[in-house]
Design a binder for this molecule. Sequence first.
Ligand SMILES: Cc1cc2nc3c(=O)[nH]c(=O)nc-3n(C[C@H](O)[C@H](O)[C@H](O)COP(=O)(O)OP(=O)(O)OC[C@H]3O[C@@H](n4cnc5c(N)ncnc54)[C@H](O)[C@@H]3O)c2cc1C
Length: 393
Amino acid sequence: MQKSNVVIIGAGASGLMCAIEAAKRGRSVLLLDSANKPGKKILMSGGGRCNFTNYSVDAENFISQNPHFCKSALSRYTQWDFLALIDQYQVPFHERDHGQLFCDDSAKDILNMLLSECKKFEVKIQLNCKIQSIKKLTENEFQLSTDKQTIQCQSLVVATGGLSIPKMGATPFGYQLAQQFGINVIPTQAGLVPFTLQPEDKEKLSPLSGIAVPCVVSNEKQSFKENVLFTHRGLSGPAILQISSYWQAGETIMVNFLPEMNVAEALLKKRSEHIKMQLKNILAEWLPKRLIAALITPKLLETSIQDMSDKQVNNAAQAIEQWQIKPNATEGYRTAEVTLGGVDCTAISSKTMESQSVSGLYFVGEVLDVTGWLGGYNFQWAWSSGWCSGQYV
Ligand SMILES: Cc1cc2nc3c(=O)[nH]c(=O)nc-3n(C[C@H](O)[C@H](O)[C@H](O)COP(=O)(O)OP(=O)(O)OC[C@H]3O[C@@H](n4cnc5c(N)ncnc54)[C@H](O)[C@@H]3O)c2cc1C
C-alpha cells in the first residue's frame, strides 16, 4: 500500500501546476497519468509553440454556466505570475495579435520548465497508470486501486482535462468520477473546433479551399474579428474556432468579409466617379477573386458599376458584409481544442477548487465547466486553477 498526502490524476497543464505548488508546501505528491508521457497537450498546443497565456486575461474571455467562478483563481494566479516563472527559466517568447504569448522555440520549453519544478520539489510521476476504482474511506482519506497498486491519500485532485483529441489520451474519467460522488456535470460539447458544411455548401465552397480572409464572424451571442479559413472539409481559422464555442446546432452564423469598410458607400463612390469597371474587377481589389465568385452571381459581377442600380449595389454589399451560412456540424472532439461544459462550478469552491460536498476532492483545469477563448486562456485557466488548489490540498 502506497501512501501520499496528495494524489493528482492527470499530468497535464493543471495537474503539473497543482503538483508543484502542493510539493512546495512540503506535501508528498503523487501524479498519476494513463498516458505514456506527461503534458502531451502542452506539446501539441499552439502549433508546437504553446500559446501559454495572454497579456490581457479577463472573466469575459471564458465561457461557463457560472461566469463569476473563474474570477477568483484568475486574480490570484495571473498571467504575470506565470510570466515570472517563464522569466526564471529564461524561456524565450513573443507576442502575437490580441496579446497572445507563444514560445519562440518550442512548447517543450514549457513542459520542461514544469517538469524541472516537479523534480525540484520531489513530485513523483507515475505514467501508464490505469485507475480502476476510487473510494472515500474516511472524512480525509481516499483509496485508489490502479493496475499497479493500491494508494491512499488525503487530498485527491482530478485534473483529467476534457474530451478533445481522444487519440492523445483524453477520457471522460473526471466527469464519471464527479458523478460517482454525486457532483453535477454540465453536458459537454466540442469547442474551438472547425465547422463542416451542408453538402450543397461544401460543393459550392470547395474551390475556395486554402483562402484565408480577415473577417468579423458573429452570431446572436458573440462576434470575433479574426481570419476565416476555407478548407476542403469546411470552415476553420481563428474566427470560426472562436464562434464555434458559442454555436448551437442548426444556428446560422454571419460573416463580414470586409469589416474595415462600408462596401455600398465605396461602390457608390466608384459609380459617382464615373469609373467604368465591372463589379468583379472593383471587388478584386479588396477580396480574392475565387471568394467573390462564390458570393455574388456571375451576372451581377459582369455588370459595369455605371449600370448598377442602388438596389444592386446594396445587394452586392450585403452579400459581402452579411454572408450567412448554416454549418452542418462541428468536426467534434477529434479536432476540437477544448471541451465546453464539465464539472458544475456551483459544486466547487472558487477559492480552493475543492468540492463543496466531498471534502478532500478537488477539480482543476478543463474538466471544470470553464472554457477559455482561443488565445492562451485555456492554459491560463489550467495554471490559475492548478495553482489555487495547490495552496490547499
Ligand atoms: C491541438 C490543441 C492545441 C491547443 N492549443 C492551446 C494553446 O495554444 N493555448 C491554450 O491556452 N490552450 C490550448 N489548448 C487547450 C489546452 O491544451 C487545454 O485546455 C489544457 O491542456 C487543459 O489542461 P488540463 O490540465 O485541464 O488537461 P490536459 O492538459 O488535457 O491534461 C489532462 C491529463 O489527464 C490525463 N488523463 C486523462 N484521463 C485520464 C485517466 N482516466 N487516468 C489518468 N490520467 C488521465 C491525460 O493523459 C492528460 O495528461 C489546445 C488544445 C489542443 C487539443
